[in-house]
Design a protein around this ligand. Structure first.
Ligand SMILES: Nc1ncnc2c1ncn2[C@@H]1O[C@H](COP(=O)(O)OP(=O)(O)OP(=O)(O)O)[C@@H](O)[C@H]1O
Length: 236
């Protein structure tokens, strides 16, 4: 059984007389523990598909099962619960709160979950340590490099132990060295903590860090590629 089972999903945006079919009868199954990169030209439907996978938007037709649960039938507050319990989000522009330090940013999802005091600080610090930023806990976002800010955002995404990380252009604002570092962190989370990862990227070399590349074109899946990783890479 796939963690994500999408069947015949379409999404049409209607704006007055104009309607745009952004994705057309897509069916995909993403296994628990997979690392998938979604690639395709601008306007091909990548963000629309990601928003549906992330329960931020609903399909116009078709069905979506997440961990066996029919999520396309849920209401907005039920979808919010699914997002909080299952998912961590990483965005191109990091979306950190500038007035909070790194540790406080990572604590935020735990505050919403009602985790209090020392336990909250401990878990946030562990998440920061797991992305190599234990020493930067008290730094404000403005005192961190872009790559470090994205690592804080990843720590925030994993602090509540999600099954799934959804990342929209996670390296889009980073130089190539920081991008590689972020991808190594994703691979580590995927291999060691068995977190399923779905990312959107424009860059082929970033896409190849995943185990599969889903190429999307004109709102349809054009082809799915399997990426073979070498032994040395796997042991890194
Ligand atoms: N809210 C909206 N209202 C109307 N049309 C939309 C809306 N959002 C997206 N679209 C249209 O749906 C199609 C798919 O858009 P989408 O943002 O999913 O593409 P994308 O592959 O993520 O593009 P990019 O790489 O440029 O971010 C495009 O034709 C776009 O213009």
């Amino acid at each position: 059984m796939g963690l994500i089972e999408i069947e015949d999903i379409s999404r049409t945006y209607k704006d007055g007389q104009v309607s745009v079919k952004a994705i057309k009868q897509i069916s995909i199954e993403i296994a628990d523990g997979d690392f998938v990169s979604i690639m395709g030209p601008s306007g091909s439907g990548k963000s629309t598909l990601m928003n549906i996978i992330g329960c931020l938007d609903k399909p116009s037709s078709g069905s979506y099962k997440l961990a066996g649960q029919q999520v396309h039938k849920l209401n907005d507050s039920q979808l919010a619960t699914i997002r909080n319990e299952f998912m961590g989000f990483v965005f191109q522009q990091f979306h950190l709160i500038s007035k909070l330090n790194a540790l406080e940013n990572v604590e935020l999802p735990l505050i919403y979950q009602g985790v209090i005091g020392k336990e909250r600080k401990k878990r946030a610090l562990e998440a920061l340590e797991s992305v190599g930023l234990g020493e930067r806990a008290k730094h404000m976002p403005s005192q961190l490099s872009g790559g470090e800010q994205q690592r804080v955002a990843i720590a925030r995404a994993i602090v509540s132990n999600p099954k799934l990380i959804l990342a929209d252009e996670p390296t889009g604002a980073l130089d190539s060295k920081s991008s590689k570092n972020i991808m190594s962190i994703f691979q580590k989370l995927n291999r060691e903590r068995k977190i399923t990862i779905v990312q959107v990227t424009h860059e082929r070399d970033i896409g190849e860090y995943g185990n599969h590349i889903y190429n999307i074109k004109d709102g349809e899946i054009d082809c799915i590629e399997e990426i073979k990783h070498t032994e040395t890479e796997n042991n890194q």
